[in-house]
Ligand binder design. Structure first.
Ligand SMILES: [Zn+2]
Length: 98
């Protein structure tokens, strides 16, 4: 079974037994058996995990490497941190304006 990114890079899709399946790497949701349209709708729904370019989300605010110091030090997001950031951003995407 080969998974490939659909829309946002964290939404993966695959085909099995003539049906299409989607999986979200951020919240762990599965689309269940669907078709291509269903998969794109699923990807669309889960693209909301990103924070807005205009607003700081809750996930951004609690991520150390989001801070100026973190950026200066060139800290990288680890995968669990990135997942948390995306999840929290999806809960509260607009804490304040950037
Ligand atoms: Zn999701």
């Amino acid at each position: 079974m080969t998974w490939s990114a659909v829309g946002p890079e964290w939404v993966l899709g695959t085909t099995a037994n003539g049906a299409v399946y989607g999986y979200c790497n951020v919240c762990g949701a599965e689309s269940g058996a669907t078709n291509e349209d269903g998969l794109y709708a699923f990807a669309d729904a889960h693209s909301e995990h990103t924070s807005s370019p205009d607003f700081v989300g809750l996930g951004d605010a609690v991520t150390p490497s989001f801070t100026a110091l973190g950026k200066l030090l060139g800290l990288q997001h680890c995968t669990p941190c990135e997942r948390r950031r995306l999840m929290l951003n999806s809960l509260a995407p607009r804490l304040w304006r950037r």
